[in-house]
Design a protein around this ligand. Structure first.
Ligand SMILES: Cc1cc2nc3c(=O)[nH]c(=O)nc-3n(C[C@H](O)[C@H](O)[C@H](O)COP(=O)(O)OP(=O)(O)OC[C@H]3O[C@@H](n4cnc5c(N)ncnc54)[C@H](O)[C@@H]3O)c2cc1C
Length: 325
């Protein structure tokens, strides 16, 4: 097994920012383990081509506190920025490396990659995000309609069709605006008003609504779905019934609790991982960074968690060096 100072799980914005901050702080050797064949899988997979990557997302304005920061730019420019950082800071990233288990062995952590124990690390930082597990509705999806229902944003716009988008956040707004280029689009949101869409998305959405290209179904909640001859029949709780060719759910992601509980991270009464102010878990020297560490994640917030964690690790290492003298 290879001995490292820090093992980082996940090469999304949080994992890469951890690498950058650690390099500058002189903390090494460090390895970043990424299960996908490329870095930033959430962005690569879920952002459609040309998507704007907003520096202020979900209305959350976050002041950068560390090295990593960005201005609003396209998906492609953002990914290029991340690749440049990987090269500039010579980050040691292992792709196609899924971490399945982490266990404490003495003062170290044994990290299992693709079902084999591969690394012994003094510190572990888990930065696996929440989008491996998209949130799903609590009513059943009949198997006859499964191929007409999507839990990820579309990467291309169908040539035609009647589409229902479900959700009230930025992703739902962006997906509706993207699909209305060629399709008849309805947007169902259970609240009477949007409250967490950023102003740019809201303006674009309102323009499309005014042009009649998107119909808003505000204050609507879905009760159940049924097959309707190659369409999906939607029964709303207010008694309304309508059929669509496709449904896109944009409900966000959820913390991969199973993985964290499996490795022994403790949870609080509200079922959130117990973290101190440095994002350290109940397991000493094991931290959570990025979306998995905060309630409502954004890229800049992910960058900032990385800065706080590496500063803490630096302090722990200097305290230990001092004690040894
Ligand atoms: C459609 C959409 C649009 C968005 N738009 C914006 C926006 O405009 N601006 C903004 O600030 N935020 C936006 N967000 C949110 C933003 O993408 C997240 O806040 C950000 O990606 C969080 O970074 P992260 O590194 O914590 O997690 P992620 O980006 O999810 O990265 C996690 C990485 O860990 C890897 N991984 C997972 N499990 C394992 C494992 N077991 N072993 C090894 N690797 C693993 C994954 O493959 C992935 O590469 C958007 C999200 C979505 C879904």
């Amino acid at each position: 097994m290879e001995r490292v100072k820090v093992a980082v799980v996940g090469a999304g914005p949080a994992g890469i920012a951890v690498g950058v901050e650690a390099k500058v702080a002189g903390i090494e050797p460090l390895v970043i383990l990424e299960k996908a064949p490329h870095i930033c899988d959430t962005i690569e997979r879920l952002y459609r081509p040309g998507k704007r990557v907003d520096a202020i997302y979900r209305g959350i304005e976050v002041e950068p506190i560390g090295i990593c920061r960005f201005e609003t730019e396209s998906k492609e420019s953002f990914l290029e920025r991340m690749k440049t950082w990987v090269e500039r800071y010579q980050l040691n990233i292992h792709l196609n490396s899924e971490v399945n288990y982490i266990k404490r062995v003495g003062d170290l952590y044994e990290v299992t990659v693709n079902a084999e124990p591969k690394f012994l690390a003094e510190f572990v930082i888990i930065a696996i995000g929440i989008f491996g597990q998209p949130k799903k509705p609590d009513y059943p999806i009949p198997k006859e309609v499964k191929d007409r229902i999507f839990f990820e944003p579309p990467s291309f716009c169908p040539a035609s069709g009647k589409i229902l988008v479900v959700g009230g956040g930025d992703t739902a707004a962006e997906v509706a605006c993207f699909l209305c280029q060629r399709c008849e689009v309805y947007l169902s949101y259970r609240r009477p008003q949007f409250f967490r869409i950023n102003p740019v998305n809201l303006k674009i959405l309102e323009e499309k609504v005014a042009q009649g290209r998107i119909k808003l179904l505000m204050g609507t909640d879905i009760e159940k779905l049924e097959d309707d001859n190659n369409r999906v029949k939607v029964f709303y709780k207010d008694g309304r019934v309508d059929s669509y060719d496709f449904i896109f759910y944009c409900l966000g992601g959820s913390t991969p609790k199973g993985f964290l509980k499996y490795i022994g991270v403790e949870f609080d009464l509200e079922d959130n991982p117990k973290l101190n102010e440095f994002y350290e878990t109940s397991l000493p020297k094991l931290f959570l960074a990025g979306d998995i560490a905060v309630q409502r994640g954004t890229i800049q917030l992910a960058f900032n968690t990385a800065h706080i964690i590496i500063k803490r690790i630096k302090d722990i290492l200097s305290e230990e060096a001092h004690d040894q003298k």
